[in-house]
Design a protein around this ligand. Structure first.
Ligand SMILES: *[C@@H]1O[C@H](CO)[C@@H](O)[C@H](O)[C@H]1NC(C)=O
Ligand SMILES: *[C@@H]1O[C@H](CO)[C@@H](O)[C@H](O)[C@H]1NC(C)=O
Ligand SMILES: *[C@@H]1O[C@H](CO)[C@@H](O)[C@H](O)[C@H]1NC(C)=O
Ligand SMILES: *[C@@H]1O[C@H](CO)[C@@H](O)[C@H](O)[C@H]1NC(C)=O
Ligand SMILES: *[C@@H]1O[C@H](CO)[C@@H](O)[C@H](O)[C@H]1NC(C)=O
Ligand SMILES: *[C@@H]1O[C@H](CO)[C@@H](O)[C@H](O)[C@H]1NC(C)=O
Length: 336
């Protein structure tokens, strides 16, 4: 009996709490869609509906407001050409001597007018190992908070940049990528891409604008991979290849006590090179690299092995023929 009374009291307390928090926190309005992502200048429409009996329902907005309506349970906020960056549409309802409202989360976006990449007011070729700034000019984009700028070297994604400024109106932004010029950058195209990531309600795939490519020119000195090379010759044509990449192209000079005149080609081809050392220097305005070739004559040894091998061959033939002759003699003796 006592227990039942307490149980009832508890239950009514719970009901009271529910009516206090429940009805006041939950405004009996439903928005459809619940949030919108709209391109600046395009149309939009959102329904606001209720299931309760009320004394008026309406939309408040700086564009396309819907005046308080007592007869309907569904009203639509509609704008044909949305041009208010800071619009905050809100649906409200009057009932039971109270008013409550629901704000419509809205994102108004604008894809960039232009996206271009440049070397931040610097012109001319870059030098290897120096650092440079690449700048991406993104013009007139909103909202910058949902912008991602991606940097590509060829097809490789190098870096991504995002922004935190909560401003809703269009802005210009110029993110910068710092690079240390490398010989692998010479002739390579860099580009930047501005993408608006607007979530599930936004356009799919996310709208993106890509810059024209920027081709880099990097000056770098010659550098041989191997600093010395051994060339064997048995008297035929040998070719000493000193070619190495450089920008601007390297000039070559050869030195050897065996060379009578100077040579300026990158490859030295000849059938009359004497054994010995040949040194080649590749050089441009940024530096030089030297490579040494050691030419060895292998003719003497080759002849030795040739004589030894033909001697052995003759011996083998002799043994085989003798064995065959022997076998034939034995067979004949059986027949008899
Ligand atoms: C916007 O207008 C286009 C045609 O102009 C129409 O097809 C589309 O349904 C409209 N969208 C909304 C949300 O009213
Ligand atoms: C109104 O009732 C319908 C059907 O029961 C339901 O789907 C809808 O969500 C309700 N709307 C509100 C605003 O409670
Ligand atoms: C836009 O960016 C903000 C901040 O990064 C994020 O909270 C929001 O979800 C984004 N909007 C959409 C529609 O994805
Ligand atoms: C060439 O021969 C020299 C001396 O025998 C040796 O030190 C060097 O490593 C060799 N170079 C190559 C590329 O084989
Ligand atoms: C010399 O080497 C370069 C690169 O290492 C190569 O492109 C070129 O064809 C070579 N030249 C000759 C004559 O072997
Ligand atoms: C070639 O150069 C190597 C290493 O510098 C040296 O040991 C050798 O004596 C030279 N050979 C000739 C024929 O000068």
């Amino acid at each position: 009996m006592l227990l039942g009374f307490y149980g009832l009291a508890n239950l009514s307390a719970v009901l009271l709490l529910a009516s206090l928090t429940g009805t006041h926190a939950e405004c009996p309005l439903e928005l459809n869609p619940q949030r919108v992502v709209v391109r600046y200048g395009s149309n939009v429409s959102v329904d606001c509906s209720t299931n309760i009996t009320h004394k008026g329902i309406g939309w408040e907005a700086s564009e396309g407001p819907v005046p308080t309506n007592r007869d309907q349970n569904l009203i639509t906020w509609r704008v044909l050409n949305l041009r208010q960056w800071d619009i905050e549409p809100m649906c409200y309802i009057n009932y039971d001597r109270t008013q409550c409202e629901r704000n419509l989360p809205i994102t108004i976006y604008k894809t960039p007018e232009s996206v271009s990449i440049n070397t931040a007011d610097r012109t001319g070729p870059m030098n290897e190992f120096s650092t440079y700034k690449l700048q991406c000019d993104v013009v007139n984009v909103a909202p910058v908070q949902n912008l991602t700028v991606k940097w590509y070297k060829g097809e490789t994604l190098m870096h991504k940049e995002t922004f935190t400024d909560p401003i809703k109106t269009p802005v210009n932004t110029t993110p910068i990528l710092q690079i240390t010029a490398d010989r692998s950058d010479d002739g390579v195209q860099y580009r930047c891409e501005a993408e608006l990531e607007l979530g599930a309600e936004g356009p799919q795939p996310p709208p993106a604008v890509t810059s024209e490519p920027l081709q880099l020119t990097v000056h770098y000195p010659p550098l041989h991979k191997l600093f010395n090379d051994n060339i064997s010759t048995s008297g035929g044509e040998v070719s000493l290849n000193c070619t190495t990449a450089a920008n601007p192209a390297a000039t070559y000079t050869w030195y050897s006590e065996h060379l009578k005149e100077t040579r300026s080609s990158s490859v030295l081809s000849s059938s009359t090179l004497s054994p010995g050392n040949y040194t080649c220097t590749a050089k441009n305005l940024l530096g030089m690299s030297t490579k040494m070739f050691t030419v060895r004559r292998t003719g003497g040894r080759g002849t030795f092995w040739a004589i030894l091998l033909s001697g052995l061959g003759a011996l083998v033939i002799l043994i085989v023929s003798y064995t065959i002759y022997k076998c034939k003699t034995v067979s004949r003796s059986y027949v008899i």
